[in-house]
Design a protein around this ligand. Structure first.
Ligand SMILES: Cc1cc2nc3c(=O)[nH]c(=O)nc-3n(C[C@H](O)[C@H](O)[C@H](O)COP(=O)(O)O)c2cc1C
Ligand SMILES: O=C(O)C(=O)c1ccccc1
Length: 396
C-alpha cells in the first residue's frame, strides 16, 4: 500500500495535519511555520519596513493589541474524556453562507502592499478553501476583479461608508451585482487612529494611490472629480478620496438608509458595548461583529474577547454575533465560540501568509487554523460547534 494511502487517525479539516506528516516521509517540511504566531517575525524580514509597520502596527502604545492577546490567555479549556469524538462536524451557516468551519477572512485594505496579487490571491485562496472572504472597500483591486478571481467562492463585502451617499449606493449596487452576498459595515474607522508606526515613517498608502481601486473605478466618484482618473487629475482624486473616505456625523438613524439599499444580510463591525449591540438589534441588523479593529483604533480600549460575553448577553439570540481581534490559533477560535461567537474573522495572520507566499500562504493559514481547531475540539471531547459553550472554560 502506498504511504499516501496509510490509514490516518483523524480526517476532516484535521487532514492537513496528516498531509504534513506524510510529506515528512519524503523529507519535506511545510514551507511556512504551523505556529502562526511565528509568521509576524518572518513577515518583518520579507516586507518593506513601511508595509510591515502598516500591518503589524496598532494605535498608540499598542496596549489594546496586547490586551486582545492577553484576554485569550485568561481563559483555559478544560478537556473532557471518553465522549466518542470519532465523527466531527465543524461546518456552519452564517448569514446564509455555508462554510466548512466557523472562520472567515477579515476585511483588510491595501493588500497589494503585501503581495502584487493582493486581494486576487486571497480571493483564489478563499475559493479553494471554500472559506468566505470579506472584501474591503479600500482594496487594491476592484469589487468586480476580486469577484472574478473568487469565482463560485463565498464572498461578503465590507463598506467604508463614504460621505457621498450616491457613492455609497454605487458601492452597494456594484457589490450586489458582483455576487457578494452579505454586507459588513465597519463603524470604528471613519478616520484612521493615531498610529505611531505609520506616523514615524510618514506612511499612508492611499496618498500613494494604493487602496483606492474601488473609488477610482466608480462612475459616481469619477463624475465628482470631473471624469476618469488620469495623470492630470490624480492628485485631486486622491484629495477627494481623503475628504470622502469616512463620515463622522453618522448616527443609528442612518442605518435605515443601508436597509433601503441592501436587500441581503447586514453585519455591523466594531461593536464593543452591550448597549450598541442592542441598538443594532433594534435597528434590524442581522449581525454584529465584536471587534476593536485588531487594536488599531482606540489605544487603551477593552480587549475584544472581554467585550464578547456582554454583547452576547445583550443580543440574546436576536442577531448573529461574530468576533475578531487577536485570533492566532485554533484554540483561540474555540474560546471565542465558547464565549458565544457563532464564527470568527482572522486578519493579520493571513496578511502575513499573503506577504510570505501569496495564495498558498493564505491557504496555509486557513488550513492550520481549521486543523488546529478540529484537533483542539476533538481532544477536548467536543465533536460539534454547539459543544463549545462557557462550561468548557475556566478563568486562569
Ligand atoms: C492591514 C490591515 C488593514 C485592515 N483594513 C481593514 C479594512 O479595510 N476594513 C475593515 O473593516 N477592517 C480592516 N482591518 C481590521 C480587520 O478586519 C480586523 O478587524 C482586525 O485586524 C482583526 O484583528 P487581528 O488582526 O488581530 O486578527 C484591517 C486590519 C489590518 C491589520
Ligand atoms: O488600516 C486599517 O485598519 C483600515 O481599516 C483601513 C482603513 C482605510 C483604508 C485601508 C485600511
Amino acid at each position: 500500500m502506498p504511504m499516501s494511502q496509510v490509514e490516518v487517525p483523524l480526517s476532516g479539516l484535521a487532514d492537513f495535519q496528516n498531509s504534513i506528516y506524510l510529506q515528512g516521509l519524503g523529507d519535506v517540511v511545510p514551507a511556512l511555520p504551523t505556529d502562526l504566531t511565528k509568521l509576524e517575525g518572518l513577515a518583518e524580514r520579507a516586507l518593506s519596513a513601511q508595509a510591515f509597520g502598516y500591518v503589524a502596527g496598532s494605535a498608540g502604545s499598542e496596549s489594546t493589541a496586547r490586551a486582545n492577546r492577553a484576554a485569550f490567555d485568561k481563559w483555559r479549556i478544560v478537556p473532557r474524556m471518553l465522549r466518542d469524538v470519532a465523527e466531527r462536524d465543524l461546518s456552519v451557516e452564517v448569514l446564509g453562507t455555508a462554510m466548512p468551519s466557523p472562520l472567515l477572512l477579515a476585511p483588510i485594505g491595501v493588500q497589494s502592499i503585501f503581495h502584487p496579487d493582493g486581494e486576487l490571491a486571497v480571493a483564489r485562496a478563499a475559493a479553494a478553501e471554500k472559506v468566505p472572504m470579506v472584501l474591503s472597500t479600500a482594496s487594491s483591486y476592484s469589487i468586480e476583479d476580486v469577484a472574478e478571481a473568487n469565482g463560485d467562492g463565498p464572498r461578503w463585502y465590507q463598506l467604508y461608508w463614504p460621505k457621498d451617499r450616491d457613492l455609497a449606493v454605487s458601492f452597494l449596487e456594484r457589490a450586489k451585482a458582483a455576487g457578494y452576498t452579505a454586507l459588513v459595515v465597519t463603524l470604528d474607522t471613519f478616520t484612521l487612529a493615531w498610529r505611531p508606526r505609520d506616523l514615524d515613517q510618514a506612511y499612508l498608502p492611499f496618498l500613494r494611490g494604493i487602496g483606492v481601486a474601488n473609488y477610482f473605478s466608480d462612475p459616481v466618484f469619477q463624475k465628482a472629480v470631473g471624469g476618469p482618473i488620469t495623470k492630470e487629475n490624480r492628485d485631486m482624486a486622491i484629495l477627494h478620496w481623503v475628504a470622502n473616505f469616512g463620515n463622522p456625523s453618522l448616527t443609528w438613524d442612518d442605518l435605515i438608509f443601508l436597509r433601503d439599499h441592501w436587500d441581503g444580510p447586514i453585519a455591523l463591525k466594531g461593536i464593543q458595548h452591550p448597549d450598541d449591540a442592542r441598538q443594532a438589534v433594534d435597528a434590524g441588523m442581522d449581525a454584529v461583529i465584536v471587534s476593536n479593529h485588531g487594536g488599531r483604533q482606540v489605544d487603551g480600549a477593552i480587549a475584544s474577547l472581554d467585550a464578547l460575553p456582554g454583547v452576547v448577553e445583550a443580543v440574546h439570540d436576536q442577531a448573529t454575533v461574530l468576533f475578531d481581534s487577536g485570533i492566532r490559533t485554533g484554540a483561540d477560535i474555540a474560546k471565542a465560540l465558547a464565549l458565544g461567537a457563532k464564527a470568527v474573522l482572522v486578519a493579520r495572520p493571513y496578511a502575513y501568509g499573503l506577504g510570505l507566499a501569496g495564495q498558498a500562504g493564505v491557504q496555509h493559514v486557513v488550513r492550520c487554523l481549521q486543523a488546529e481547531l478540529e484537533l483542539t475540539m476533538t481532544l477536548s471531547g467536543i465533536k460539534s460547534l454547539d459543544g463549545l459553550n462557557p462550561d468548557i472554560l475556566v478563568r486562569a
